[in-house]
Ligand binder design. Sequence first.
Ligand code: ADP
Ligand code: MG
Length: 273
Amino acid sequence: MTTSAKPDSPTPAAPTVPPALRIAGLSHTHQANAGPLEALSNIHLDVAPGEFVVIVGPSGCGKSTLLSLVAGLETPTSGTLEAAGKPITGPGRDRILMFQEGALFPWLSAQANVEFGLKGTGLSRRKRRERAKGYLNLVQLEEFAQAHAHELSGGMKQRVALARALALQPELLLMDEPFAALDAQTRDAMLALVQKLWAQQRHTTLFVTHNVREAACLGDRVIVLSHRPGTIKASFRITAPRPRNIEDPLVIEAARLIKNALVEELDWLRLPR
Ligand code: ADP
Ligand code: MG
């Protein structure tokens, strides 16, 4: 029987093309007020160009810390991070991080929010305007280009945030539970949109979620982190055909396998299986 999720083996990279992201022996300890707090331990992960990798793990296992390290917002305690073969030493426009709350400027229109993100890229004002318009069209918000954040629904705000991130044409798109605050229907529409855009543009993506169905719906690979300090507990390659829907039997089956790996990590909470 074929299954939609298989235990993972590393993606064989062409020898001349470095991985879009290489994480080697990464550990990180936060210096918290209460003392040092080990968030991640000995993470090894290669992400191939154009690949969509999803990270799942229990709350507090270091998922956001991992994205923050890849974004260059924090420096790892040990180990190395490389983007397209170059060491990550700080933030860069090649790696864009998108959060649960889109963090739009409320006093700017949707169009101006996307344009603002393009400041400092060297594009002329006219080019910035054109590019922002193009990406708002891509996320199907052309009619709301002049609307302000308070006039937009939660899903629309996240679409603006997605347009703003993609307009920068990053080498690596980092998404930290971007749909966690949305209602189920809006979330499903966003999953369809993200898959459509990824099929068109193939931007390498590292996506964090605690929702196993969402993970199985989106990922080429799904990486399961252990309870803190986060280590890679399991890794699955998802082979279900795309575009996927959260209700597809193969997605449900893959999600079940991922959940089995995750539930072992939740045992410390004595949650029912
Ligand atoms: P997740 O995103 O998986 O829920 P986080 O990466 O946010 O987990 O956090 C991992 C652990 O590190 C948690 O125990 C959290 O409290 C702690 N932590 C995160 N950021 C900081 C920080 N800046 N300073 C101190 N502790 C932190
Ligand atoms: Mg988090």
